[in-house]
Structure formats: C-alpha cells, structure tokens
Design a protein around this ligand. Structure first.
Ligand SMILES: NC(=O)c1ccc[n+]([C@@H]2O[C@H](COP(=O)([O-])OP(=O)(O)OC[C@H]3O[C@@H](n4cnc5c(N)ncnc54)[C@H](O)[C@@H]3O)[C@@H](O)[C@H]2O)c1
Length: 352
C-alpha cells in the first residue's frame, strides 16, 4: 500500500521543517493549512514548504474541508500540528483556542470515520504547557504541585513559590496540570486522540514540545516566539526588556532537532504510554537568552523590568533521556549556537 502522510498545519514553522524530511519516506505528502493571518504574512504557499509536498488550503474545524480533502487523500500517517498556539492570548480568546485545538481534532477524527479512512498512526504535537508549573520540591525533598501563581504573588514580585524548587518535567513522573487555556486544550487533544485511537486500532504518538525556535519561525506573530522577539530587538539596537527577575526558566529546543524527533516517531514509534518530552535538555534563564541575543548584535545590556505576563509559568524544562532512548534521537544544537543560526537567518535568509 502506498504510504501517504498528511500534515495538518503543515505550512507552519514545524510543518515546513518537516516538509524536506518526509518525502523520502512517503509516496505522497500533503500539507493542509488554513494560512492563519496571525502566522502567515500572505495566504500563498510558503517558500519554505518543500516543493515535493502537496499544499491544500483547508481548515481543520470545517467538516466540508475534511470531506474535500479525504475524497482525494487516504492518509496512512497523520501528523497533527494545526493549532492556535498563543498561551497568553488563549486567556482572552479561549473559544478560538478550544475551537481549533479541541474541536479541530474531533472534526478530523469524525471525518476519518465518515470516510472510512483510518490511518495507521496519528502523531500529535502537544506542549510543555500541559504541565503548568509542574512539580516542585521543598528543602526536605518532599514533592508538591504548587498550582498556579496568583495575581497577588506576581504583583508583589514573589516570582517563585517560597521554600520550593522547581523540577524538570518528565511525562512518566510529573502529572499534567495546565495553568493556561492553551495548555488545557493541548491536554484535551492528548486525551481525545489517545482514547479514540486506541479504540479504533490507530497508533497514537504524542509529543510534548518545549520552546521551539530557529530559522523559519514566524517573525510577525506577536503571541509566540520569545527567541525571535529578543533577536529582533537586539538587531534593532534596542534594550531587550526582561520580565520578572530574569530567572524565568525555559528549554529552548532547535527546530531541526524537533523535526528529526518527529520524523523518527512517525516512522518507528509504537503508541507511547508516556508522551515524548522534546527539549534540548538544557535549562536557560530568559536573562541568559537575552544576553546571548544582545551579544550577537552588540546591543545594549538587557534590562530586567519586573513586569510579568498572565499565563506565564515560572519554570519549564524537561528531562529527555527517555525520549532519546525510545526514539534513538539526540538534540544536536544547543541554545547559543541555535540563536546564532536564527540571527543569521533573520539577517541573510540563509541557513547553516
Ligand atoms: N513552536 C513551539 O514552540 C511549540 C511548542 C509546543 C507545541 N507546539 C505545537 O506544535 C504545533 C505546530 O506549531 P508551530 O510552531 O509550527 O506553529 P505555527 O503557528 O507556525 O503553525 C501552525 C500552523 O497551523 C495553521 N493553522 C492554524 N489554525 C488552523 C486551522 N484551523 N486549520 C488548519 N490550519 C491551521 C497555521 O496557519 C500554521 O501554519 C502546534 O500544535 C503547537 O501547539 C509548538
């Protein structure tokens, strides 16, 4: 049987990075995307989408778009990327996020049933946002889930949970407890896909991605992408404003490493009981990230401004040993080198 891979949201950042890698493994690769104006400057086919990939404009929330697509395409594999991705924005546009992320997923599953075109495998890119603040430990080593930082805490500049230290996320050890609408919709996607797929004899493969960055990311979407935001400020010679006390922790994972991990899982993974945590394995403070970007452009010292953003978690990093072992994968580009590559792409349009 011919192998066909359908990538929803396939014209986006991660979709384009996958587009040059998938055609060597599939007879047919189709990217379905509604060319969301918040992400794309123009509704035209993106230049970064590999020419071997068929491009279909379609909206995952619309049954008629699925009917049109599935009349022609019988996917053996689906990589489900299409999503609303703004964590902060999801607080004020909750319905839009739930509609695309939750209903878009159920519309896809219903359409596959309606057309009797069940794929062998569906790969979902969930997010580190499902963990919320994750699990912290006290001085005695007792584990606790501190929940969500209150407005009062943030307004008084109490950035951490007093007496507690954050631990890295790990899907086998840390329960998901989202603290944003976006994170809640991503967790709902995971549950919906898993329960549907296991009943339908379809293999679900779930990833939880940390902060993905690198050449090809949207430079116009103001709701995502702290790395490109910092890089663009530094390039303009501006002072990079750094929120809270600069010690917000993130794991910045380079786009090529993410794409490589998704291809491996799409080709080789069975259903994974625990989601694959995908990061660089390196925790970085946002102050250090700002310093890296500033030094590349010789921009002024970044300034900590004590401001905060609704929905931001304090510490998000992960352990990747389980994913490395299960996928036979290894991240190759750490943050200093990755930011340099992003800046080179912003400056010249070229990739290393
Ligand atoms: N980039 C990250 O840091 C990151 C981190 C964790 C998880 N993820 C997940 O990875 C996936 C892809 O993210 P990305 O970084 O490539 O984002 P992106 O915004 O670049 O790509 C998403 C694509 O989906 C499309 N889209 C949006 N709504 C759609 C709809 N209703 N129908 C069809 N297409 C639609 C957009 O036009 C866009 O091309 C998302 O599911 C996101 O939740 C990304």
């Amino acid at each position: 049987m011919a192998k066909t891979c359908l990538v929803t949201g396939g014209a986006g950042f991660i979709g384009c990075a996958l587009s040059s890698r998938l055609p060597e493994h599939f007879d047919r690769v189709i990217a379905m995307d509604n060319m969301h104006p918040q992400v794309h400057q123009s509704p035209e086919r993106p230049a970064d989408l590999d020419e071997r990939v068929e491009f279909v404009v379609g909206d995952v929330t619309k049954p008629e778009d699925w009917d049109r697509l599935l009349a022609d395409v019988s996917p053996t594999h689906i990589i489900h990327l299409a999503a609303e991705t703004g964590t902060g924005q999801s607080l004020r546009e909750a319905t839009r996020h739930a509609d695309v992320n939750v209903v878009g997923t159920t519309q896809m599953l219903d359409a596959l049933v309606r057309h009797e075109k069940l794929p062998e495998k569906i790969v979902l890119t969930s997010s580190r946002a499902v963990y919320g603040e994750g699990k912290w430990v006290d001085a005695q080593g007792n584990e606790t889930y501190p929940g969500q930082r209150s407005r009062q805490m943030l307004e008084s500049g109490t950035w951490d949970f007093p007496g507690l230290t954050a631990t890295p996320f790990n899907s086998a050890k840390v329960e998901p407890r989202p603290t944003s609408v976006y994170g809640s919709t991503k967790l709902a996607q995971e549950h919906i896909l898993k329960s549907w797929a296991l009943s339908m004899n379809v293999t679900p493969v779930i990833y939880r991605l940390q902060n993905v960055y690198g050449p090809g990311q949207s430079l116009i979407n103001p709701y995502t992408g702290i790395v490109s935001l910092f890089a663009q400020k530094a390039k303009a010679g501006e002072v990079i404003p750094v929120y809270e006390d600069g010690e917000i922790i993130r794991d910045f994972v380079f786009i090529d490493d993410v794409a490589a991990s998704i291809v491996l899982g799409t080709l080789h993974s069975g259903a994974n009981e625990n989601a694959y945590d995908i990061g660089s394995g390196e925790a970085t403070s946002i102050l250090d990230l700002a310093k890296i970007a500033a030094s590349i452009y010789d921009a002024p010292e970044p300034q900590i401004n004590g401001m905060f953003r609704d929905g931001d978690v304090r510490a998000a990093s992960c352990t990747i040993d389980d994913s490395k072992a299960a996928l036979g994968w290894e991240p190759k580009v750490m943050v200093a080198e990755g930011v340099r590559r992003l800046c080179r792409w912003i400056d010249t349009g070229e990739r290393d």
